[in-house]
Design a protein around this ligand. Structure first.
Ligand SMILES: [Zn+2]
Length: 334
């Protein structure tokens, strides 16, 4: 079995598990609601029985079908009304009686008609690029959990404003990026020393867009370079996903984290240029995060790549003290 088929099978199994889980939760919920208000269960049964009864009558006397349909509508309407009153009385949300889905677009089947749903494309990519843990990370690292308090309010004389003022501006730029994702084509370059929240903000954006049903591929530059080189030269060991180039070029958002920590070869930087350039032409957004300043980036990569990035990307500069130290202190203090 090819790796691709294997991934596909794994994803189908995941959907089956999700559906089973959701059905289980739904049944438990319904049972609980019926125990609170048994009349609701009676109503459901009555509605079901009435339609069966009338369907049978239509079979027996098809000439009366119109009249019977009216009858059905009237009796169901009466029951529906009673149901609505009971729900209001018991303060039960109507939705609680319905089955819930993780993805409403495909009802957790992975398909919309014959087309793969965005959630399936994402699941396949999550496995292929070992980014399945991103789902857990973004539950913790998202726009709602971002904490400005870790950033100093002291004005940095060189920058002319405080790290907190600056991060607030960056935060809103990132939110706008998500909000206008379908309207405005924009690329972001997040740069500055480590421990200032660049990866955290990448995760915030990933969560927001995944929630919107977009596909997101998150790779570190090191991982990206290794995959490119392996695909070219090393066919024996642990091959990168077959559709790697297609994913890198066509995923709704590509996030390249930590550019500059890995030493890119001439080949990998030219591939990087190819990816960045193609995505610019097709207006597919990219977010790059790096510890290097644009000047230092020029040293590390070919001018072409960097001039593309600096010239067309919205650059966001992170500065201040490493907040990870403060966070650690915050978590361990009583
Ligand atoms: Zn779906």
């Amino acid at each position: 079995m090819s790796a691709k088929t294997q991934r596909y099978k794994t994803v189908l199994r995941q959907y089956e598990q999700i559906r089973q889980q959701k059905e289980h939760e739904w049944k438990k919920r319904i049972q609980y609601i019926y125990s609170l208000c048994p009349r609701l269960e009676e109503i459901e049964t009555e509605i079901a029985l009435t339609s069966i009864k009338i369907a049978r009558m239509v079979l027996e006397k098809p000439q009366n079908s119109k009249e019977l349909a009216m009858q059905l509508q009237q009796s169901t309407l009466k029951l529906q009304k009673e149901k609505a009153q009971l729900l209001a009385e018991y303060a039960i949300d109507k939705k609680a009686l319905e089955m819930e889905y993780v993805c409403n677009d495909c009802q957790d089947t992975g398909y919309i008609g014959t087309q793969q749903c965005h959630c399936m494309k994402q699941k396949l990519m999550d496995i292929a690029y070992q980014q399945s843990n991103i789902q857990q990370i973004i539950q913790k690292e998202n726009f709602d959990t971002f904490d400005f308090r870790y950033y100093s309010q002291t004005i940095d004389p060189q920058e002319g404003w405080s790290p907190q003022q600056s991060i607030k501006k960056i935060f809103h730029t990132c939110m706008d990026f998500c909000e206008n994702f379908d309207i405005t084509f924009q690329n972001l370059l997040l740069y500055g020393s480590t421990g200032l929240g660049k990866t955290f903000l990448c995760n915030c954006i990933a969560k927001e867009l995944l929630d919107k049903g977009k596909t997101v591929l998150y790779v570190t530059a090191g991982q990206l370079f290794r995959m490119i080189e392996k695909q070219r030269f090393d066919k024996t060991e642990e091959e990168p996903p077959e559709d790697m180039m297609e994913d890198l070029l066509f995923v709704d958002l590509l996030i390249i984290d930590d550019l500059g920590t890995e030493f890119g070869t001439i080949l990998s930087s030219s591939e990087l240029f190819h990816i960045i350039n193609s995505r610019l032409l097709t207006k597919k957004p990219v977010i790059i995060s790096t510890n290097l300043s644009p000047d230092n980036l020029i040293h590390q990569y070919s001018d072409r790549v960097v001039s593309r990035i600096v010239g067309t990307y919205t650059t966001l500069k992170f500065f201040g003290e490493d907040i990870r130290v403060k966070k650690k202190f915050h978590h361990t203090s009583p």
